[in-house]
Design a protein around this ligand. Structure first.
Ligand SMILES: NC(=O)c1ccc[n+]([C@@H]2O[C@H](COP(=O)([O-])OP(=O)(O)OC[C@H]3O[C@@H](n4cnc5c(N)ncnc54)[C@H](O)[C@@H]3O)[C@@H](O)[C@H]2O)c1
Length: 248
């Protein structure tokens, strides 16, 4: 468990899956979590279950909406210490079938949404001379997809890795750190189609050296480490939590 006493942590996509486990870790560590999610109902359910959470509805597919909601959050809270960008969507379409709409949807939510979240909190972090950002990427961004997500997904996550390093480099002088976590197959609602398809599931598990899928609490632990003061000198790291797939 990591110490979040007195800390306020924004978690996009905190309603379910990996994000929910991040929220759980923040609350168990004594912090307050701000869940920003499109699924307001689910987010409220999670907040009721875990306690010490606030909920803001946001659409990561709209930079304008992100900036408006972030301004409200920063107005409502005297202090925000950490931003965890966990919200996202998968795209499973074979390359030859990817339409411009599918490409735009995936890039807009996963990459531009992450950019707009980082960009809308950055001036606040600059002014307060510090802040931690953790982006949830994917092994797909390193190996060209192939588990569940395909080209648009892999590209969006490779973009997140580049963005993470750029913010780490430029934000360092303001005390802003930015790191990313690359999970592989994790059992969440996003990967329900693998749970339902034994053959496909076995194929995916076959390329994971640890020979199993992750529980959402496992990538969450790495995210929580990057979010915490335990990682005070870690900046620009793209951390693998993939059971040994990337090996880089
Ligand atoms: N599950 C995996 O195997 C896996 C592997 C690698 C990376 N990831 C990444 O981890 C992160 C979390 O994935 P998960 O498996 O928990 O997924 P999930 O589908 O269970 O949860 C995603 C959350 O993001 C929210 N969300 C989706 N679109 C949104 C939007 N437009 N605006 C606001 N919120 C939105 C959803 O409502 C949901 O609460 C994602 O970025 C995903 O790409 C997951």
């Amino acid at each position: 468990m990591f110490d979040f006493n007195g800390k306020t942590v924004i978690v996009t996509g905190g309603a379910q899956g990996i994000g929910k486990e991040v929220v759980r870790g923040v609350v168990n560590g004594g912090g307050h979590a701000i869940i920003m999610d499109l699924n307001e109902e689910k987010a409220k359910e999670t907040a009721r279950e875990l306690g010490n959470c606030s909920v803001y509805k946001v659409d990561l597919g709209s930079s304008e909406n992100i900036r408006r909601v972030m301004a409200k959050v920063l107005g409502d809270f005297r202090r925000v210490d950490v931003l965890v960008n966990c919200g996202g969507v998968v795209s499973k379409v074979p390359f030859e079938q990817i339409t411009d709409e599918e490409w735009d949807r995936t890039l807009r939510i996963n990459l531009t949404g992450t950019f707009a979240m980082c960009s809308s909190i950055y001036p606040y972090f600059m002014e307060k001379k510090g802040g931690r950002i953790v982006n949830v990427s994917s092994v797909a961004g390193k190996i060209g997809g192939g588990l569940l997500g395909t080209a648009a997904y892999a590209t969006s996550k490779a973009g997140v890795n580049g963005l993470t390093k750029a913010i780490a480099k430029e934000g360092g002088k303001y005390g802003i750190s930015c790191n990313a976590v690359c999970p592989s197959y994790t059992v969440t609602p996003m990967t329900q189609s693998l749970t339902d398809d034994a053959d496909k599931r076995a194929k995916v598990i076959g390329i994971i050296p640890l020979g199993r899928a992750a529980d959402p609490s496992e990538p969450a632990q790495m995210i929580l480490f990057f979010a915490s003061e335990a990682a005070s000198f870690v900046n620009g790291e793209i951390g693998d939590c993939d059971g040994g797939i990337a090996l880089d």
